[in-house]
Write a protein that binds this ligand. Structure first.
Ligand SMILES: Nc1ncnc2c1ncn2[C@@H]1O[C@H](COP(=O)(O)OP(=O)(O)OP(=O)(O)O)[C@@H](O)[C@H]1O
Ligand SMILES: [Mg+2]
Length: 357
């Protein structure tokens, strides 16, 4: 994907920004509080239908304004006609358009506009709870496998129904009636997640070797959400039924799935430093972007907030070299200039204004 125009209106301190990025690396430089992260936030909003910095009412809308707007124009690697999408939030709900038509569900925007974002919270990929790691896997599957979303929806709906029954104190028979649907869709969801992580393993190895060779070989280990080695999901649900009735929710299944990143250069129990965790998380994101490119024939846009923080000059150089070697468009923010190659473009961000450098 190549973005050739990005317009942002009333997003935090950005009153009106029009950006015409280059095809390769785009660096947004400026002082603290200038509005750099807010530019990436706009990009992320269009791709995910939400911010990585909280809800709209948590200050996304510029003080004193009535609606935040994001508009983008891009073309895909296939070189087809250019696409346009816009998103507007007037304080109540989202309105979105894509290629001239109204969007009924924000998922349609997310399917068309692919952005992989690294922001300070992305450290959670290698530390923190399972939720961001499940979301990571499901994002990848959503973008590369057409049939994934229906399976995911089937499982989510069955889980919601079963949980509602558990909460209301329903009898065993009523709960068991949902177990079949939960087990069938859940086994399929798990099969796809496992295959995806297997494939990602192959993508990850060269990326991790390029970004952080001192961490050793990177290995992804899938945890399906129940003791899959000894039980089918149907059996695991049946075994857990009495406990689930006491708890009031479903305690086993793919909604509890997780994965772990093991690094051969780090012993069991050794925690990663902040910089190492950042390099590990970046490796996972780049592996995912590589997979998207290989499976769909198109790179997602890569957005890296504050790349330089926590990384030494050598590792910053490694990240930039990786991006310089792949045909991905990237947006990188920082308070200081970076050593970039000729094809890169620099934008200065100052008090909410963005000017080409
Ligand atoms: N709702 C809002 N209305 C107006 N300004 C806002 C709003 N919310 C945040 N701001 C301001 O917007 C500015 C931009 O913040 P942003 O996080 O994008 O800066 P940044 O350039 O990434 O800074 P840093 O280098 O510190 O990460 C900040 O000065 C912030 O206080
Ligand atoms: Mg910032």
């Amino acid at each position: 994907m190549r973005l050739n125009r990005l317009e942002l209106r009333n997003l935090r301190n950005l009153a009106e920004v029009v950006l015409e990025p280059g095809a390769g690396l785009n660096l947004l430089v400026g002082r603290n509080g200038a509005g750099k992260t807010s530019v990436l936030e706009g990009l992320h909003l269009l791709a995910y239908g939400r911010s990585f910095r909280g809800r709209v009412r948590d200050g996304l809308l510029r003080t004193g304004s009535s609606a935040v707007e994001v508009f983008a124009q891009w073309h895909t690697e296939a070189g087809d006609r250019s696409h346009r999408a816009g998103l507007r939030h007037g304080g109540g709900s989202w309105e979105a358009r894509i290629d001239g038509g109204t969007v009924g569900h924000l998922g349609e925007l997310c399917a068309a506009f692919m952005v992989v974002t690294f922001e300070p919270g992305s450290h959670a990929l290698v530390s923190g709870g399972g939720e961001p790691r499940r979301r990571f896997v499901d994002w990848g599957l959503f973008h590369v496998e057409q049939g994934f979303l229906p399976i995911w929806r089937r499982y989510s709906r069955a889980l919601k129904q079963r949980n509602a029954l558990l909460k209301s104190g329903a009898g065993i028979g009523q709960i068991a009636a949902w177990d079949h649907e939960l087990a069938t869709s859940g086994e399929e969801l798990t099969r796809r997640r496992a295959l995806y992580l297997d494939r990602l393993q192959d993508r990850l190895e060269p990326v991790a070797a390029a970004l952080a060779p001192s961490l050793g070989q990177a290995m992804l280990e899938f945890e399906p959400g129940w003791r899959q080695s000894s039980l089918s999901l149907a059996d695991a649900l049946a075994v857990a039924r009495d406990r689930d009735r006491m708890l009031g929710h479903t305690s086993v299944g793919p909604h509890r799935a997780d994965w772990r990143l093991r690094l051969s250069g780090k012993g069991e129990g050794e925690t990663l430093s902040r910089g190492q965790a950042k390099l590990a998380a970046l490796s996972c994101l780049f592996a995912q972007a590589t997979d998207c490119a290989a499976e769909r024939g198109d790179w997602p846009v890569i957005a890296l907030d504050d790349l330089a923080s926590e990384l030494d000059a050598e590792h910053r150089g490694r990240v930039l070299a990786f991006l310089g070697n792949v045909p991905a468009q990237a947006f990188i923010t920082g308070t200081d200039p970076l050593p970039l190659d000729d094809g890169s473009r620099v934008f200065h961000v100052e008090q909410g204004l963005v000017t080409p450098g």
